[in-house]
Design a protein around this ligand. Structure first.
Ligand code: BG6
Length: 488
């Protein structure tokens, strides 16, 4: 990593003993510390409810031992990292408690207030920080989900905006911090090769798949209120769609990129309640098996409500209504308990306008760009070649031009998304964060789908855990004469 001058700060981590902080944020901060990227005068203040009977630092240490691979955890680095952490047992809703918080802070250093809590307390935390006179020197980082729909998201955003200007609000979508997602920007805008092809004249369709093997992992209470559309499509998949579909920004600044993304969200064609059953498939997993091991269905998970009709899978066909993309479907698919964890984008190019080879070889013709976001990060471009050999005549063969990030950057571990995002907040760079209007338009589009489902009143379609979702998801794409591209 390039060493950069990063201003010392205090990172006030609200919700420091919750799942996200222990599983993702502390490990990411540890890695930044070990890489020398967490300025030496910076401190971390862990804020949250005391874990009964446990020393707060011991809880954090245990989490690091569990979530940082053993060969990346150095004893001396671990000790010096833990020495940078202070903590305070605080009720976020109690405005009087913020005076005690202010006393623990360096009088001048900038503050990064990271809200790893439920969005309903964001307003109270902002008010508390302001009442203690801390707001002026604070950047706030908001975790998703922001709201449950457009209206509630607006409420949360307005509460935060009462105390903080947009330039100091960092809304997280952790997909934007993934190395390979950032590579989409490099791939599209640092190569002239693709841009000339990147439109409805040359692209037949785009597929975006974000499949997970895990089920609900003890998060039933949260997930059942949300469902896969709110949990994954509203944010991660729509952000990926924006990065693929947006026009070239005039520069790399946060606002130039966000302006282009917003135009894509605004151009998403609404899906009417009448069309929803043709264009959107909702699924819910039932018992099945993953890697040969039997796993329960969604309705049998711990703490589940046997009557829930929350979806754990969504596949849909979206269209971006503009000159560039007119008539090009974007097929989005995401689900829990799929056979594999894989996130990938497939850009399928149109066939050549005039075909001159043997008729039986015609189905082979295919130029396809596959961008693998995780795992086995890389890019592969499928091109047509001729089989080698005197005996082969003009026999065609489809071959990949392949770039594996692992092989190419062999010496580097791929940093976790949260490392990059925390670093960018420390640098005060907003371009990997989501602006208020992006959230707003993404909710607007998702709200109409939810309203359509409600009007339609049908239950999600069952699919066995360990499968690629309900059969209807195949129907969704095969009606257009296509298949989900599956090399996994
Ligand atoms: C989170 C969702 O935002 O993303 C989770 O709330 C999901 O339900 C997770 O499991 C997936 O992230 P990743 O980085 O593992 O693909």
């Amino acid at each position: 990593m390039i060493q950069e001058n990063i201003e010392p700060c205090t990172l006030a981590l609200f919700g420091a003993f919750g799942d996200l902080a222990l599983r993702k944020l502390f490990p990411a901060l540890y890695h930044l510390h070990a890489a020398g990227l967490f300025a030496s005068d910076s401190k971390i203040l862990a804020l949250g409810r005391e874990v009964a009977g446990e020393q707060p630092l011991a809880v954090i240490e245990q989490a690091l031992r569990r979530h940082v691979p053993e060969d990346e955890l150095d004893a001396a680095q671990l000790n010096s990292f833990l020495a940078r952490i202070g903590w305070l047992n605080i009720d976020f809703q109690d405005s009087a408690a913020y005076a005690a918080l202010a006393e623990l802070l360096d009088a001048k250093a900038p503050i990064i207030a990271y809200f790893a809590t439920a969005a309903r307390v964001y307003g109270a935390i902002c008010a508390g920080l302001a009442s203690a006179g801390l707001a002026e020197r604070t950047r706030v980082v908001l975790e998703k989900p922001i709201g449950h729909d457009r209206e509630s998201a607006r409420r949360v955003n307005q509460e935060v905006a009462r105390y903080f200007p947009e330039e100091r609000i960092y809304r997280i979508d952790h997909y934007l911090g993934k190395e390979t997602v950032q590579n989409l920007i490099a791939l599209r805008f640092a190569n002239s090769l693709f841009e000339s092809q990147w439109n409805q004249n040359h692209i037949s369709h785009v597929e975006i798949t974000v499949a997970e093997q895990v089920g609900i992992e003890g998060r039933w209470g949260y997930f059942d209120q949300a469902g896969q559309l709110r949990d994954m499509i509203q944010n991660h998949l729509l952000q990926l769609l924006c990065l693929i579909a947006m026009d070239p920004p005039s520069d790399l600044s946060a606002n130039s990129i966000r302006n282009e993304k917003v135009k894509v969200l605004q151009a998403l064609a609404p899906i009417s309640a009448e069309n929803i059953s043709q264009q959107v498939v909702r699924g819910q997993y039932v018992a099945g098996s993953i890697n040969g091991k039997a796993v329960p269905g969604y309705l049998q998970e711990d703490n589940s409500n046997a009557n829930s009709d929350t979806e754990t899978f969504v596949a849909l066909r979206a269209e971006v209504r503009n000159w560039r993309w007119a008539g090009v479907p974007f097929y989005l698919r995401t689900g829990k308990r799929m056979p594999q964890k894989v996130s990938q984008i497939v850009v399928q190019f149109k066939d050549p306008p005039h075909y001159i080879f043997a008729p039986e070889q015609r189905p082979l013709i295919s130029n396809r760009l596959v961008i693998r976001l995780q795992p086995d990060e890389g890019i592969s471009l499928q091109v047509m070649t001729k089989e080698q050999g005197l005996d082969k005549g003009m026999q065609l063969r489809s071959c990949p031009l392949q770039l594996s990030f692992n092989d190419t950057y062999r010496s580097r571990r791929i940093p976790d998304a949260y490392e990059r995002l925390l670093l960018e907040v420390m640098k005060g760079n907003q371009n990997l964060f989501v602006r208020e209007d992006e959230i707003d338009f993404a909710w607007q589009w998702c709200d109409q789908l939810i309203a359509g489902w409600q009007r339609q009143g049908s239950a999600p379609k069952p699919y066995p855990a360990g499968s690629w979702g309900p059969q209807a998801a195949v129907g969704l794409i095969s009606r257009d004469g296509r298949d989900w591209y599956g090399d996994f």
